[in-house]
Design a protein around this ligand. Structure first.
Ligand SMILES: C[S@@+](CC[C@H](N)C(=O)[O-])C[C@H]1O[C@@H](n2cnc3c(N)ncnc32)[C@H](O)[C@@H]1O
Length: 339
């Protein structure tokens, strides 16, 4: 069942968490597989009640969603969100009365709640970042492996493309984006080269053009890694406001989770993980006042979340089977009774 969606291309439905199609290396398209990261760990962490209501804020190709559905009874519900139309189409192919998918940005989770008359839910899952089909389908413009228009939007129905953003960003801001989001030590040189291309009158319109500019600006190339890797990652995070989306949704989850409800977040970047970790710690340690502060313990703000266990990383076996899981970190928190 699909709610609030715009028209989308149709995709063949799949029955497992791994979707595969023929792989090739043309400029148009390649493999469209997504191997779900921390599949069992994340769904176990949700502590599913069979009649509960759950939100998968990052449906992707539905690996986590399908496992959640398998643990729900008839009265259980799963509301999925994705900002990507191809992911939405995948979700629409699921014929299950317990399942609804919405084309939203997850920071708009309040719309999901009001559109579906949800006051409280029993668990929210966020598996952040990008899906493999987004990277592997060359025409989406996320990858330097294919020459394609430089788009990089997960939601191609709104927002500015990477090309558009590169026409106005200042050299200083671009350098900061590439340094902070890409952890690129030659960020200044890369930003300078990109802005020079622009001031020389050449708009940066393709992935191939950008990859070449980046390669020309990097004096020392790491073996085994394309020199454009870090810059492409940084621009993707910037184009999709990924850190802002995360910062916006977390406090909203707090309001939507029922007592005992779980928040499960899988991050792939240290900046994302820091936001999640600090949010959970901040909600857990609300009595973090100076020693001998003249307030009675009972009057101190009480924790609204409690962390469940420590951060979880994929096993060596999972990383071997799916190298894209290597930077994943999962954090889990449970909603307390405090309003
Ligand atoms: C890592 S994939 C999720 C994979 C999924 N768990 C699975 O098993 O197939 C991330 C997905 O979240 C979506 N996404 C990322 N940020 C989003 C946001 N702010 N709002 C909605 N969807 C988002 C992406 O479009 C992508 O499809």
């Amino acid at each position: 069942m699909m709610m609030g969606a715009k028209s989308a291309p149709s995709l063949a439905s799949v029955s497992a968490s791994i979707m595969t199609s023929a792989s090739n290396s043309t400029s148009k398209s390649s493999s469209a597989a997504h191997i779900t990261v921390l599949l069992n760990e994340a769904v176990d962490a949700l502590n599913i009640k069979p009649s509960g209501i759950y939100v998968d804020g990052t449906f992707g190709r539905g690996g986590h969603s399908r496992l959640i559905l398998s643990r729900l009874e008839k009265s259980g519900r799963l509301y999925a969100i994705d900002r990507d139309l191809a992911a939405l189409a995948e979700g629409q192919a699921i014929q299950d009365a317990r399942f609804h998918i919405s084309h939203l940005h997850f920071s708009e989770i309040n719309h999901l709640a009001s559109n579906n008359n949800l006051t409280k839910v029993d668990g929210i899952l966020l598996d952040l970042g990008i899906s493999s089909p987004q990277i592997d389908e060359g025409e989406r413009g996320f990858s330097f492996r294919f020459d394609a228009p430089l788009d990089m939007r997960m939601d191609q129905t709104r927002g500015k493309t990477a090309t558009e953003l590169l026409t106005t960003i200042s050299e200083q801001q671009l350098g900061k984006v590439i340094k902070d989001y890409g952890e690129e030590r030659f960020a200044k040189q890369v930003a300078r080269a990109i802005i020079k291309e622009r001031t020389d009158g050449r708009a940066i319109t393709t992935t191939g053009q950008l990859a070449k500019i980046v390669a020309s600006a990097i004096p020392k190339i790491e073996p085994g890694q394309n020199p454009a890797t870090r810059t492409f990652q940084a621009l993707r995070i910037y184009v999709n406001s990924e850190l802002e989306e995360l910062s916006l949704i977390l406090p909203k989850c707090l309001n939507l989770l029922a007592e005992g409800g779980r928040l499960v977040v899988i991050s792939f970047h240290s900046l994302e993980d820091r936001i999640v970790k600090q949010f959970i710690q901040g909600e857990q340690n609300r009595d973090d006042l100076p020693a001998r502060f003249p307030v009675k313990a009972i009057d101190l703000p009480q924790p609204r979340l409690k962390a469940v266990g420590k951060a979880i990383k994929p096993t060596a076996l999972e990383v071997k089977q799916n190298p894209r899981s290597r930077s994943a970190v999962m954090r889990v928190a449970e909603r307390t009774a405090i309003a």
